[in-house]
Ligand binder design. Structure first.
Ligand code: OGA
Ligand code: MN
Length: 270
């Protein structure tokens, strides 16, 4: 392995110092994939990748989607920068990406281009570790439960005013039902939560709300969370299948822009 690693917290995150060439030539890709699954988030401080280098690096790890400009998508709350700005407001809530895709993204490569002077740091929570450490009786209680995921869930609570046309738009989205516990083909299990997780099938609504709130609070305990304080040029790769993420609120006109390459999903939720 031609890189140096440092774990900043016991249960999530590894920081990696590597020559740019070693990131781009794919020679470490297998080791990085293994580390990604184990640690949830890999940080490449000040890797300073150009857009093309970011695409190349992402291709060594998985299969980039064709979102945005040849696979590179601008993340901003400014509608002049990206048409999806209005949905991206929901990124301040814990979530995973692609809750409404049949196979959610494997992971994401995000690089910092322009930072906000306030807020805008990103937090990640390891939902493998959060599941593993649940009390045995909770594991037994949640085994087999299914959760309805809604666009409404991702948007409710973040808009100062909800207009009827906004609600009508959110209702256009499908409502997939996912298991609350994802059993991966590796055999490991993770909690599948996030803002899209709206209600648990078969429970009355107060029981469902209480259980979801308890599990969300459990998974966001500090021991499962890594908070990344960005510097321009940092590159972060996260495992979207075993990690929730959220960004600290930042002003819509802050100028914050991140460049993102999404890696196609490789495993359906089961
Ligand atoms: C995303 C996202 C977090 C951030 O791009 O899916 O949640 O820090 N971004 O901008
Ligand atoms: Mn996201």
């Amino acid at each position: 392995m031609t890189f140096k690693t440092t774990d900043l917290t016991p249960l999530i995150e590894t920081s990696i110092t590597a020559d740019k060439a070693a990131l781009l030539d794919g020679s470490n890709a297998q080791a990085l994939r293994a580390l990604l699954e184990e640690r949830g988030v890999l940080i490449f401080p000040r890797a300073d990748l150009s857009d093309e280098e970011q695409r190349t690096f992402a291709r060594t790890i998985g299969t980039p989607t064709d979102q945005g400009e040849r696979g590179l998508h601008k993340i901003s709350l400014d509608e002049k920068v990206t048409a999806s700005a209005r949905y991206l407001k929901g990124t301040v809530l814990w979530h995973f990406d692609g809750w409404n895709d049949p196979v959610p993204a494997l992971g994401t490569v995000l690089s910092a281009r322009v930072l906000s002077s306030t807020g805008g740091q990103t937090e990640f929570s390891n939902t493998y570790a959060a599941y593993e450490e649940l009390p045995a009786e909770t594991k037994a209680r949640i085994s087999g439960l299914k959760v309805a995921h809604t666009m409404m869930g991702t948007q409710r609570g973040i808009h100062a005013e909800v207009k009827p046309e906004m609600e009508a738009d959110w209702e256009n989205f499908a409502i997939p039902r996912h298991p609350l516990v994802w059993t991966h083909r590796s055999g490991r299990r993770s909690l599948l939560l996030g803002s899209s997780a709206d209600w648990i099938e078969g429970l009355d609504s107060s029981e469902s709300d209480t259980l979801l709130a308890e599990l969300k609070a459990w998974a966001s305990q500090p021991r499962y969370v890594y908070r990344h304080e960005w510097q321009v040029g940092d590159v972060v790769l996260w495992d979207n299948c075993g990690v929730l993420h959220r960004v600290e609120p930042y002003p819509m006109d802050s100028g914050r822009v991140m460049h993102r390459v999404t890696l196609e999903g490789e495993e359906a939720i089961t």
